[in-house]
Design a protein around this ligand. Structure first.
Ligand code: 5RP
Length: 234
C-alpha cells in the first residue's frame, strides 16, 4: 500500500463525516487534495455543501471541481474542518504548515465546530518535533527580531526558501522553520510563540484538533481527542 493510497483512504474516511447542508473547511496539502476531490465527486452526485478554503491553492482546486467556496472573511463559524498535518501525537496535538498555510488553517480550524486531521501513518509520532520544525509566519519587518526570540526559546530558526528565494505565504509573509527537538510541553511553547510581537501565526496546534483519521498500510484508525465533540453540533 503506497503512502498516497493511505492519504486517500484517510481523506475518504473523514469525508464520510460531511453531510448535506454543511459549511466545510477545506485543508491544504496533498492529503487535503484527496478530500477536495472526493467532496467534488460527491457534490456531482448531489451532495449540497458550501466550503471555505485554507489556501488559495485549495480554493482553486475546489472551484475547479465545482464546489461552492465562500470567502472566509464573511464567515464566523463553520461546521467541520478537515485538514492534513505534518506530525500528530496521541492527544491530537499537531504540527502543521509544511505547505505554508498554517495561519489560515488555524483560523479556519478555530472557527470549526469540529476539526479533523487526515494523515498517513508516517505523520503519527510519540513526541512532537521529532521530524518536523515548527513553521512560524512572521511580518517581514520583524524577521530578525522574531528569529532572535525563537533562538532564545531554544529553537533553531531557518528561513524557508523556494528556488533560492524567500518563500512567501498567501499573506506575503516569510516563514521561519524552527526546530525545537522533541517538544516536552507543546502548550507552553505554543503560548510563548503566540506572544512574540511580529509572529503572525505558527504551526503548533494544541487544542484545535478534535480527531484524526490515520491510515497505515490500508487500515484507517480514528483517534478522538478526549472531551472533543464526536460530531458537529447543530
Ligand atoms: C499545509 C499543511 C498540510 O496540511 C500539511 O503540510 C500536510 O501536507 P500533506 O498532506 O501534503 O502531507 O499543514 O500548511
Amino acid at each position: 500500500m503506497s503512502q498516497d493510497e493511505d492519504k486517500r483512504l484517510a481523506a475518504l474516511a473523514a469525508a464520510a463525516e460531511v453531510e448535506d447542508g454543511m459549511l466545510v473547511g477545506l485543508g491544504t496539502g496533498s492529503t487535503a487534495a484527496f478530500l477536495i476531490d472526493e467532496l467534488a465527486r460527491r457534490a456531482g452526485e448531489g451532495l449540497r455543501i458550501e466550503a471555505v478554503a485554507t489556501s488559495l491553492a485549495s480554493e482553486r482546486q475546489a472551484i475547479a471541481g465545482g464546489l461552492t467556496v465562500r470567502p472566509f472573511d464573511e464567515v464566523a463559524a463553520i461546521d467541520l474542518c478537515i485538514d492534513g498535518a505534518d506530525e500528530i501525537d496521541g492527544a491530537c496535538i499537531a504540527i502543521k504548515g509544511a505547505g505554508a498555510a498554517m495561519t489560515r488553517e488555524k483560523i479556519v480550524a478555530a472557527a470549526a465546530r469540529r476539526m479533523v486531521v487526515i494523515a498517513d501513518g508516517s505523520k503519527q509520532v510519540a513526541s512532537l518535533g521529532e521530524n518536523f520544525p515548527v513553521p512560524v509566519e512572521v511580518l517581514p519587518f520583524a524577521r530578525a527580531f522574531v528569529a532572535h526570540r525563537l533562538t532564545a526559546l531554544g529553537g533553531t530558526p531557518v528561513l524557508r526558501l523556494r528556488d533560492g528565494a524567500e518563500w512567501r505565504t498567501d499573506q506575503n509573509n516569510p516563514i521561519l522553520d524552527t526546530r525545537f527537538g522533541a517538544i516536552a510541553d507543546p502548550l507552553a511553547l505554543a503560548r510563548a510563540l503566540s506572544c512574540i510581537p511580529g509572529v503572525v501565526g505558527h504551526g503548533l496546534f494544541v487544542d484545535e484538533v478534535d480527531a484524526a483519521y490515520v491510515a497505515r498500510d490500508g487500515i484507517v484508525s480514528r483517534i478522538e481527542r478526549p472531551g472533543a465533540p464526536a460530531a458537529p453540533k447543530a
